[in-house]
Design a binder for this molecule. Structure first.
Ligand code: AMP
Length: 438
């Protein structure tokens, strides 16, 4: 493993890394930074938790440190586009942290903040502007800014931009940028539309790819309870009474679901806060700050809102509801066990969610350990034993056997092994103890 000194970053950046306590680049950083320093375009396949923010922020800061210039009036030298406010805020904070010994103007522009603030900021211009596409277009349409001075463009979480409907905005923004620029493009996945955009916006890019979704999950111990939907709230309260859980993210599928969980926890005497798209920016910031500082140890979030929530030391993730898209599960549990730490994910699986769990196990090629319910909860019968699916690294259905029919088979009501442990494919591939060595 290299350490940061071999990358020969400008002294103020090396100093900031030391102050931050980073010594060793993560794989995406080690692979990407030398190319970005050379000025190459980059296509990075990486998801949150891999250290991708520093992979682009450090070499960009290096460029700004070595080539200082006046702030472009109504413009920015570096434009970073991110799909959500949270992620944009997080990226700006990273630039500030790694650039703390440089005198730079680092701005943000996203919805939920009065636009006049952004208009005023752009009068002077910025070195780095981190924006969501919607607000950026708003500023351009109001003639509050131009993109003529952009030297470096970063597109972060491009696949999420697609999911959130920003593709049209991107198609408007990119032609407004100078042709001569450096472009860094990050995405966790490469659906066809994203590949097409990358092909159009990037010039002979270097491709780097780390930890495909399925492998990130390996650092997280994963457990599940088979529980009736109606008992999930009580099980959550029970689970949260464990003092070992010191910072926990609870995921619900809907905004209303998140609010309901918070209300019910309050009734149970457990303090929590919700973060989702219906909350105002100050509300979100307050909730995050309380969670970060430890004043509130339970944060209840929807998938989209949790994007970009970067809180070190999240010890647990609870999936109050199981996502119907398996990749989302990987994103969720990636909130714990960040940058090499270990974490624990607990999924509350209602009978009608078991198929989702099976899809997840196929994607991650790992079995989730099913735990018995605590006393007082209604035992949920396990599904019938499965054929080969999910075992021994068979990533896709159909790895030799005929898993099709068994997938669709309804859970049987009798014959469940005691304690809720199903037979068949639920043997963990390796023991998922609370403290496995790594
Ligand atoms: P990211 O994938 O950019 O969201 O980063 C994930 C987490 O890893 C963040 O909390 C970073 O602060 C942290 N991190 C990034 N790079 C390093 C590094 N080289 N050493 C230790 N932690 C890091």
């Amino acid at each position: 493993m290299t350490d940061f000194s071999t990358l020969a970053l400008a002294a103020p950046i090396a100093e900031a890394l030391e102050a931050t306590g980073y010594t060793t680049p993560t794989p995406i950083q080690a692979q990407a930074i030398p190319h970005v320093l050379e000025g190459r375009d980059l296509l990075g396949i990486a998801q949150t938790g891999t250290g991708k923010t520093a992979a682009f922020a450090l070499p960009i800061l290096d460029r700004l440190a070595r080539k200082p210039g006046p702030l472009p009036r109504k413009g920015t030298r570096v434009l970073v586009l991110a799909p959500t406010r949270e992620l944009a805020g997080q990226i700006a904070t990273s630039f500030q942290k790694y650039g703390q010994f440089l005198k730079l103007s680092i701005g943000t522009a996203f919805g939920g903040v009065p636009i006049n603030k952004h208009i005023r900021q752009m009068v002077r211009g910025t070195d780095v502007l981190v924006a969501t596409p919607g607000r950026l277009i708003d500023l351009i349409d109001r003639k509050a800014m131009t993109l003529n001075d952009v030297e470096v463009l970063v597109l972060d979480e491009a696949d999420q931009m697609l999911d959130l409907g920003f593709i049209h905005a991107l198609r408007r923004i990119v032609p407004l940028l100078p042709r001569r620029r450096q472009t860094l493009f990050f995405s966790a996945t490469m659906p066809a539309q994203i590949a097409e955009l990358a092909g159009k916006y990037l010039d002979e890019p270097v491709e780097v790819s780390v930890a495909p979704a399925a492998t990130t999950a390996e650092k997280v111990a994963q457990r599940a309870h088979f529980v009736a939907q109606g008992e999930k709230q009580a099980l959550l309260a029970h689970t949260l009474r464990d003092d070992a859980i010191d910072r926990v993210l609870v995921f619900t599928r809907t905004k209303h679901g998140a609010d309901r969980v918070v209300r019910n926890l309050e009734r149970d005497g457990i303090k929590s806060a919700a973060i989702h798209g219906n909350k105002s920016q100050p509300q979100r910031e307050r909730a995050l700050a309380a969670f970060r500082s430890g004043h509130c140890r339970v944060l209840v979030a929807t998938d989209i809102a949790a994007r970009g929530v970067d809180v070190p030391g999240v010890s647990h993730v609870v999936n109050f509801e199981i996502p119907n898209v398996a990749e989302q599960y990987v994103h969720r549990i990636g909130r714990t066990a960040r940058a090499g730490a270990e974490g624990l994910a607990i999924s509350f699986v209602a009978p009608d969610e078991r198929n989702y769990l099976r899809d997840i196990e196929r994607l991650t090629r790992q079995a989730v350990e099913v735990m018995p319910l605590p006393e007082g909860f209604t035992h949920q019968p396990a599904p019938a034993p499965k054929a080969e699916a999910g075992r021994g690294g068979a990533g896709k259905p159909g790895g030799g056997g005929k898993p099709g029919p068994s997938r669709r088979r309804r859970p049987r009501n009798a014959g469940a092994p005691a304690g809720g442990k199903p037979a068949g494919n639920r043997q963990p591939r390796r023991q998922q103890g609370g403290s496995h060595a790594s």
